[in-house]
Write a protein that binds this ligand. Structure first.
Ligand code: NDP
Ligand code: MG
Length: 382
């Protein structure tokens, strides 16, 4: 039995985590839940997990009414740190969109908790620091992102010297076949229609621009300690093969399942064991074709930008991530065109001088600088 705290419980991953906990109650008990603003959803979850300590991070969010009087409700960033270090927790699942989960993740590591990480942004921003802290404390970092969970499964028990490259699969998003010209007029509503996955708004836009895959390349670099030059991307529109590992003898291992985040969440929680669940198995006779193709990097520059950020390292990945977050928010508010997202990120990256092996303070500073610089460029295009 694992006692799990879920940070970002009201989001898409958070709700899948609640589903897993209901599905395998003998293995997973939710002892903590955080929401940012969605108090109604938190109340719903609290009714399902009556023992959980709660936290609402947005100080301006209303106080929930429908909670039992004896239940503890923490508030704000301090509350989130307290939730992440809850004495009864074995594992903290970080499912907060953006970088809000970084400090709680570091606090959880210091408190000796294992981490299950969905929030790729924190590994892109500070992967070196998070992984080093986890090594020092001897805690596990279990990937929840489906591609990384797949690679984690393929790598288990293997000699790292036998690995040639990691191959991340990408659905290609809704504009896989769209012309470069037609991308100019893409609307938020079109970008929010993902062909295979049902996710939060930010990651859905990231999937459409391929920034999601770019972020995942850097995420893989830190999770598996593999250089960027050995991390490749292949488009696989069906999202059944979640990723692959190629070994030095040219054999490839892959992990397959339906595209449902309950699979990787459950594996992160039950690892190193596997337990039966109510999720549907694959029926290969019904699957039809599994296709693979090269990503169109000239139409979608995010992968090249990510490779450059990951290879340069230091503070540049934080800048890549922060500029993207600001650009995606502006796109969703109709203040920036769809191609404006990668144009903004490229311009902010070009203006940044990266600091190698930067301490956390320098990374946070670079993140804030990039947010301000991106916002300025969007408000006053050159
Ligand atoms: P959602 O937008 O659905 O949910 C985001 C969660 O974070 C909500 O609980 C939200 O609270 C909370 N939140 C938002 N801002 C803050 C903040 N400033 N401080 C604290 N909490 C905050 O996102 P997803 O679940 O889709 O994604 C979460 C993370 O998981 C992302 O990093 C994403 O890249 C990653 N991921 C998601 C996948 C998916 O299938 N969805 C797949 C792989 C990775 P509230 O709603 O209460 O305001
Ligand atoms: Mg993914």
């Amino acid at each position: 039995m694992k006692n799990v705290v879920v940070l970002g419980a009201t989001g898409s991953i958070g709700q899948s985590a609640a589903k897993v906990a209901r599905d395998i109650p003998q293995r997973m008990r939710i002892v903590g839940l955080s929401a940012h603003r969605n108090v109604g959803k938190l109340e719903e979850l609290a009714a399902q997990f009556p023992d959980a300590t709660l936290c609402i991070t947005d100080e301006t969010a209303p106080t929930p009414g429908a909670l039992g009087s004896c239940r503890k409700v923490l508030r704000g960033e301090e509350g989130l740190l307290e939730l992440a270090t809850l004495p009864e927790a074995d594992m903290v699942l970080i499912a907060i969109v953006g970088i809000g989960g970084l400090r709680p993740a570091l606090a959880a590591i210091e408190a000796g908790k294992d981490l299950a990480i969905a929030s790729k942004e924190i590994l892109v921003m500070a992967g070196e620091i998070v992984m080093e802290a986890a090594r020092r404390k001897g805690v596990q970092v279990l990937p929840v992102d489906s591609e990384h969970n797949a690679i984690f499964q393929c790598l288990e028990g293997r000699n790292p010297a036998h690995v040639r490259r990691l191959i991340l699969t990408a659905s290609g998003g809704p504009f896989r076949r769209a012309s470069a010209e037609s991308l100019e007029s893409v609307t938020p509503a079109q970008a929010l229609k993902h062909p295979t996955w049902n996710m939060g708004a930010k990651i859905t836009v990231d999937s459409a621009t391929l920034f999601n895959k770019g972020l995942e390349m850097i995420e893989a670099r830190w999770l598996f300690d593999v250089e960027m030059s050995r991390i490749d991307v292949v488009v696989h529109p069906q999202s059944i093969v979640h990723s692959m590992v190629e070994f030095v003898d040219s054999s490839v291992l892959a992990q397959l399942s339906h595209s449902d985040m309950c699979f990787p969440i459950q594996y992160a929680v039950t690892w190193p064991e596997r337990v039966p669940n109510s999720l549907p198995p694959l029926d290969f006779t019904q699957l039809g074709r599994l296709e693979f193709e090269a990503p169109r990097t000239t139409v979608f520059p995010a992968l090249d930008l990510a490779r450059h950020a990951g290879e340069t390292g230091g503070t540049l990945p934080a800048v890549f991530n922060a500029a993207n977050e600001i650009a995606v928010a502006a796109f969703l508010e109709h203040r920036l065109s769809f191609p404006g997202i990668w144009k903004t990120v490229a311009a902010v990256m070009a203006a940044h001088r990266s600091i190698a092996h930067a301490p956390l303070d320098a990374i946070v500073e670079a993140d804030q600088w990039a947010r301000a610089d991106a916002a300025q460029r969007i408000a006053r295009p050159a």
